[in-house]
Design a protein around this ligand. Structure first.
Ligand SMILES: NC(=O)c1ccc[n+]([C@@H]2O[C@H](COP(=O)([O-])OP(=O)(O)OC[C@H]3O[C@@H](n4cnc5c(N)ncnc54)[C@H](OP(=O)(O)O)[C@@H]3O)[C@@H](O)[C@H]2O)c1
Length: 340
């Protein structure tokens, strides 16, 4: 596989996508970001004056309706598809989460297949498409480890049920979008290959345009709640996580390493997290937090693990510590809070 020169990144103005853009630019690659908002694209470019020649943006439509992404892929030789709705603040889960996630994947793969120049597509899936919340070994008390071979058993009907929570619907959105990608590959056999990444909760400093902590993305907003003394502390649904900088590197390596083609990886730190641990890190590092933040010894689920080692060795990752991640995000968010 010839090394790509010009890469389309969808979701480029979001939390993970902006780090992916920066990691690609740092490797000397040309990047086109896709966004619904030209203003956000301009803000990203303005914040990177040294890269104005190698970073451009294209406007795309919302994925709530199937639409063509053929303009976005013109001239690129690789795609990293990060964009997908990630919010639990919804009124209609199927319309706002599930359908756009699937439409986005189908639209980008169809466009990539049509343009003919694309050699590889990397899709940001999620550990949500791996997790089986009712897994049997759990009931039997047997330790198990999730790998890239595991799939969330949720049915479409369960995840789209109007009575279900946005959390379950989001898990369905990621599962059915990723499945649509692998089905597309099997049915269409395009000229490119596919890599999917299934990261768990992703935290860390932001590189996309965020004016104030209230604008933080869903996952980092949880850490900021901890740092601002929310009581009781939030409880992690899953004890697995990754730093956004490690995840961005995983995307770039998944794009560049020939051996990654056709693989499904779970980039995940070997360290487990809880919001109780996050609170302890915050009080240890930030004097301003000590009046309001009360660390709790929250139980951390040790009944099962996740295989982040396969992704680390295949993609050359060296996972950051939870302490570094929390300190870097909370320190940055505090500065934004003071400047607002
Ligand atoms: N953060 C995590 O903990 C985490 C963990 C595992 C996987 N993921 C996955 O990583 C990806 C990025 O997440 P993130 O945390 O970076 O979220 P984010 O900051 O909300 O970024 C998502 C981006 O996707 C685009 N997008 C969202 N809904 C869309 C829609 N309906 N139509 C078109 N574009 C849409 C938006 O771009 P514009 O507004 O510029 O159009 C947005 O910037 C998602 O696929 C998410 O499922 C996230």
């Amino acid at each position: 596989m010839a090394s790509p020169q010009y890469v389309l990144v969808t979701g480029a103005t979001g939390f993970i996508g902006a780090h992916v853009v920066d990691s690609l630019l740092a490797k000397g690659l040309r990047v086109r970001g896709a966004t619904r908002s030209p203003a956000k694209g301009e803000a990203m470019r303005a914040a990177r004056p040294q890269h104005t020649d190698s970073l451009d943006f294209v406007q795309i439509a919302d994925f709530s309706e199937p639409n063509s992404l053929s303009d976005a892929v013109q001239g690129v030789d690789a795609v990293i598809h990060v964009a997908s709705p990630f919010t639990y603040d919804t009124k209609d889960n199927e319309k706002e989460l599930i359908i756009p996630a699937i439409n986005g994947v189908k639209g980008i793969l169809a466009a990539a297949a049509n343009v003919g120049t694309v050699k590889r597509v990397v899709v940001t899936s999620s550990f949500a498409s791996v997790l089986d919340a009712d897994r049997k070994d759990r009931e039997n008390g047997n330790y198990f480890t999730y790998t890239g071979a595991d799939w969330n058993p949720l049915t479409y009907a369960e995840s789209a049920d109007p009575a279900t929570s946005a959390v379950i619907a989001y898990r369905g959105s990621k599962k059915f979008a990723e499945k649509a990608a692998w089905d597309f590959m099997a049915e269409t056999k395009p000229a490119f290959d596919l890599v999917t990444l299934c990261p768990p909760m992703t935290f860390g400093p932001v590189a996309h345009p965020v004016a104030k902590p209230a604008d933080l993305n869903e996952s980092n907003a949880m850490l900021w709640k901890v740092a601002t003394g929310e009581k009781p502390l939030p409880v992690a649904r899953v004890p697995f996580w990754i730093d956004v900088r490690d995840l961005a590197q995983a995307h770039v390596e998944a794009l560049l390493r020939p051996t990654a083609g056709g693989q499904r990886y779970i980039p995940a730190s070997p360290e487990r997290f809880s919001y109780g641990k996050a609170a302890q890190i915050v009080v240890d590092h930030f004097a301003w937090s000590r009046e309001s933040v009360v660390p709790e010894d929250q139980p951390v689920d040790e009944s099962h693990g996740v295989d982040g080692v396969t992704a680390a060795s295949a993609l050359g990752l060296n996972y950051k510590t939870f302490e570094q991640t929390v300190v870097d995000l909370v320190g940055q968010a505090k500065k934004l809070d003071e400047a607002k």
